[in-house]
Design a protein around this ligand. Structure first.
Ligand code: 13P
Ligand code: SF4
Length: 313
């Protein structure tokens, strides 16, 4: 069977759009109607006119699409694709933390469950965490920032804000060590070094640029440099190379792999559209509570970042 052809047929039949994260398998990225980072995918999910969204990413991303498009059918081709970092904080744990800091406002990284988002005032992604810290809070606000302690500490240092951390982290990004960057730098002395803010602080401190996945793509597209050391999940090399065939990219560490991001295959996308599974279901209450934190992010962060989102709180 020609998988691409079958997917095109099914997309028409179901009036479906396929959203794909930058870490997905190359062949899955290549069939996406939109490929991007968490922020770009959230915005796309809020704007699409399709009846069905097939989300090729991890579960919290598909939930975010459902929160932003509650009247659409959101399918994830492998419902076991979780994000271990998102699973590091539950809504109960966040409620306990809030009870300890009753005056604090809460910002959650988009890598959280819908239940956790429903407990938050603001959401952010790695592309706009600094903007959100600067724009969403008053100077004297106490801020809880969950769950990624590395993104929280990086953005807190950049903005000079004090935040209350949670002990969450991404196991895949923590595989990238300073010595890996150093070694690649010795091998490719003219290369620009880039790292995702989920990396260790010792890594983000030593690189030229700290960027979200689509931030990396935008940076490379504009850069006059020809070589880049890429400090994030290895799937990112595909969109970088595809958009810049003449430039060279080196993974900071080949073992920085997110196994959950690799579970979705073309066969599973076909099965998902044929059988309309697995559908992301959320209660109306969770959707309406979680929407507030995401809409606030899109309205604040996105007005400053780039594309204009057509959503209102
Ligand atoms: P981006 O928003 O930068 O794509 O990151 C999402 C993610 O899960 C990184 O590990
Ligand atoms: Fe979650 Fe890390 Fe995978 Fe991103 S790379 S989805 S943070 S486990």
């Amino acid at each position: 069977m020609n998988f691409q052809k079958r997917i095109e047929e099914l997309k028409k039949e179901r009036n479906a759009v396929i959203l794909v994260h930058n870490y997905q398998l190359p062949e899955v990225q290549d069939i996406g109607d939109f490929t991007g980072d968490s922020l770009g995918l959230s915005i796309e999910a809020s704007k699409t006119t399709a009846d069905v969204i097939v989300f090729c990413g991890v579960y919290f991303m598909a939930e975010t699409a459902k929160i932003l498009s509650p009247h659409k059918t959101v399918l994830i081709p492998d419902a076991t694709s979780g994000c271990p970092m998102a699973d590091m904080i539950t809504a109960d744990q966040l409620r306990e933390l809030k009870a300890k800091h009753p005056k604090a406002k809460v910002m959650c990284y988009v890598n959280t469950s819908a239940e956790v988002k429903a407990e938050c005032d603001y959401c952010c992604t790695s592309a706009n965490a600094e903007i959100m810290l600067n724009e969403a809070f008053n100077d004297d606000d106490e801020i809880i920032f969950v769950p990624d302690k590395y993104l929280a500490s990086y953005s807190a240092n950049k903005t000079g804000r004090k935040v209350i951390f949670w002990n969450g982290y991404c196991k895949s990004h923590l595989k990238i060590l300073p010595e890996h960057i150093q070694k690649q730098k010795e091998l490719h002395p003219n290369a620009i070094t880039m790292a995702h803010p989920e990396c260790l602080s010792s890594v983000t401190q030593m690189v030229d640029e700290v960027l979200s996945t689509s931030g990396m793509l935008k940076y490379v597209n504009k850069s006059k440099a020809n070589e880049f050391i890429v400090g994030t999940e290895v799937g990112m090399l595909h969109p970088l190379q595809k958009a810049n065939p003449q430039k060279k990219f080196y993974a900071a560490s080949d073992i920085a792999v997110c196994p959950n991001m690799k579970k979705i295959t073309l066969e599973k996308v076909i099965r998902s559209l044929e059988d309309m599974r697995d559908e992301v279901i959320l209660s109306e209450e969770i959707i309406s509570k979680a929407q507030k934190s995401i809409f606030r992010m899109i309205n604040i962060g996105n007005n400053i970042v780039e594309n204009k989102a057509e959503v209102k709180i």
